[in-house]
Every structure is written in C-alpha cells, then in structure tokens.
Design a protein around this ligand. Structure first.
Ligand code: ADP
Length: 372
C-alpha cells in the first residue's frame, strides 16, 4: 500500500495520544488531530489556516517564522529529526512544557512539516516533586546525623564553656580580693577564647544542617574536609580512631552545593570511624587529588574490616544496613547527591585491608548539575 486512504489516516490521527500538527513552509497550519485540540484547548477550526506561532509563547512566537525560513534557506537542522523540549501556549494563555519532534514531508514541490507534541506537564511536575522530596530527605538526614553525634557535640560545647566559667569565677575572686588586675585580664582573655571555641562548634553545626534549599557555587574541598574532621573529631577520639584530612593547597575549586558535599564527606567519614573502631590499627583519612578530565577525586579510606559480603552488591541502595540501629540511607543519599553534581561514587577494597570510598566531582558545572 503506497498511500494510506484518508479514512485510515483519519483513524490513526484520531487515535494518537500525542498531538499532531501539519504546517506548510509559511508556518500556516494545515491539519491538527483531536489530541492536539485537547492539549491546546482550541478547536481545529480555530487553528487551521493560522500561523502555528499562535500556539507558542515568546520568544518562539516572534521567532518561529525566522526559524522556518532559516531552515529552508540553509538546511541547517535545529529541531527537525532531533526533537527537543519546548514551551506551548494554550487557549487560556497558560504556558506548558512539551516534547516536540518534527518531521519533514514533500508533496511535489510543496514542503510540509509534521510536529508531534507531547504535553509533559505531569512528568515535569513529578520530577519537580521528586527533587523536592529528595532535598527534604537529605535535609532530614542531616538533622538525624547531628542528632546521632549530639553526645560528642555536647561535649565539644560544654567543655570550653565549663573552662570559661571557671576562668571567670577565678577572675571574680581576684577582683573581690583586689588582687593583681593583670592576672584577671589574662583569665578573662582565656575565657573569651574558650567561648569563641564553643561558638565555632555551634556555627559548624549550623552550617552542616544548612537552610534546606540547595545552593550551588564554587566550593573548596579542602575547607569542607577540614570542617568534616572538626565535626567528627570528638566522635573519632571516643572511638580512639585517628581521623585526618590531607588536601593539596593547589586543588581546584569545584562547582557544588557545599552543604551537600559536606554531608557526603561526613557520612563517609562517620561510617569509616564506625567500621574502624574495633580494628587494631584505627585510621581514617580524607584525601583529594586533581584527577583527569576536569574532575576532583576525593577518597575516604579506613583500616576497618571491609564491606560485608551481605551488603556489597546493594551498598548504595536505601535501607541496606548491617548495623543494629542503622537506617541504611547514608550511602544512598551520598550517591544521590554525587550523581546530581555529575559525579560518581564507588567503594573499593584497600589492598592492605579496609575500604576506600572514592568520589569524583566535576570542577565546572555539567549537564547533570543544572537539573536540581
Ligand atoms: P547505615 O550507616 O545506617 O548502615 P549507610 O547507607 O551509611 O547506612 O551504610 C550502609 C552499610 O554499608 C553499613 O551498614 C555498612 O555495612 C556498610 N558500610 C558503609 N561504610 C563502610 C565502611 N567504611 N566499611 C565497612 N562497611 C561500610
């Protein structure tokens, strides 16, 4: 069958879920199917015979004629045979996202273009909601991380405050006894240093928790690693694990959400401390290097027993845990964050025993980093 009969063509166009629209080389609509009427809210009679740009918001509305002319003159394909996401405008003026694929047909020396339109409002909305939920989940997880190490943090705050209190008390006694004022000044200065220390801990926790809304900018892996070490210092000390970071000064900055990258390093380092606490050698290191292809490679390595066989293949899936009170979401959140930055994360066994988590992060923004 060379040509489908009009009846067959009509049935096909009528049954199609996607909108279909045929225009001539001047952009004038020749034909629309019922799905197209549903999507745009116009009756076919209101569209056919008019310029197709009536279905487009600016800037497409003003520029469409020029797009078509440009294609006819140069043959340079911007959308034909490629397809892309564009915006449509309904009869009621609302603008919506749609996938548009365009094919070209010739009839004698007449040229026509066939557009296939899929309204992706629902998909976009679901994507948006999903990324909103993911952001909320990472935020909740940060709060629960802080809650988990709260005993160690309370110690970090209490200790300098108690020291400051006893300096001040001694200072008060000296003043009452009319003793050497210089000694009192020294005590007060010491107490200021202790209070500053306590307030830095509070500040560190506040920046760890963040504000919720993801925010990307240039970030320094060295700074993030040092802050992570400071946050986990007491926890490591209690577990008698040596925790340190060694990051070269010349490491390029990355384009990232600092709060989220801190969360990744925190999760990896905390897991590493927990895994290492019963080993004979107890060391956790955060290191970084400038990798090839515009990536920074950050590794968190430990001298623990390695990844348990039972979780090895599912490590980054949610709710996978070997810990009695574990939630099993830390690594899955790490993977989500790293992937949304256009990077990768993997766990490798270390030749000398223990595990090395290796994270790559792009130095500049990539496709994936524009998404969320
Ligand atoms: P959770 O810490 O709540 O278990 P995670 O997703 O952070 O959740 O970790 C999942 C599991 O991965 C852990 O229960 C543990 O078995 C394993 N794991 C993670 N990091 C290490 C590590 N450094 N060494 C050994 N096992 C690890």
């Amino acid at each position: 069958m060379k040509y489908a009969s009009e009846a067959i063509l009509g049935a096909a166009l009528g049954a199609a879920v996607d909108g279909m629209i045929v225009i001539d080389s001047a952009g004038v609509v020749q034909l629309v199917n019922p799905a197209c009427e549903r999507i745009f809210g116009f009756a076919a009679s209101e569209i056919v015979g008019h310029n197709v740009n009536m279905l487009m918001p600016e800037p497409y509305h003003a520029e469409h004629d020029r797009y078509v002319q440009n294609y006819l003159a140069t043959g340079a394909r911007k959308i034909i045979g490629i397809g892309r996401e564009v915006k449509g405008r309904r009869k009621d003026g609302t603008i919506f996202p749609m996938d548009l694929a365009v094919g070209e047909a010739r009839d004698g020396d007449q040229r026509f273009f066939v557009g296939i339109i899929r309204d992706i409002t629902a998909r976009k909305e679901a994507d948006r909601r999903m990324s909103e939920l993911q952001t909320e989940l990472t935020q909740i997880s940060r709060l629960s991380d802080v809650a988990e190490i709260s005993a160690a943090l309370a110690h970090d705050i209490n200790q300098p405050l108690s020291a400051a209190m006893s300096y001040v008390q001694t200072g008060v006694r000296l003043i009452k006894g009319n003793k050497d004022p210089q000694q009192t000044v020294t005590l007060l200065e010491k107490s200021v240093a202790e209070i500053t220390h306590a307030s830095q801990v509070v500040q560190r926790v506040r920046s760890f928790v963040g504000h919720g809304a993801p925010q990307r900018g240039t970030a320094n892996v060295g700074t993030i690693a040092r802050e992570t070490v400071a946050l986990l210092d007491s926890m490591a000390e209690q577990a008698r694990v040596r925790l340190d970071a060694s990051i070269p000064i010349a490491l390029p900055e990355i384009y990232a959400d600092e709060v989220q990258i801190r969360q990744v390093l925190f999760n990896l380092a905390r897991n590493a401390i927990e895994a290492t606490k019963d080993s004979s050698v107890r060391e956790v290191r955060i290191e970084a290097e400038h990798g090839a292809d515009g990536f920074v490679i950050v590794t968190v390595s430990d001298t623990g027993p390695g990844i348990a066989e039972s979780v090895r293949t599912q490590l980054f899936k949610p709710f996978v845990t070997t810990k009695p009170g574990g939630m099993g979401i830390g690594l899955s959140i790490c993977r989500t964050i790293v992937a949304s930055h256009g990077g990768t994360i993997e766990a490798l066994p270390r030749p000398a025993g223990g595990t090395e988590f290796r994270v790559t992060l792009p130095i500049t923004a990539t496709e994936a980093t524009h998404g969320s």
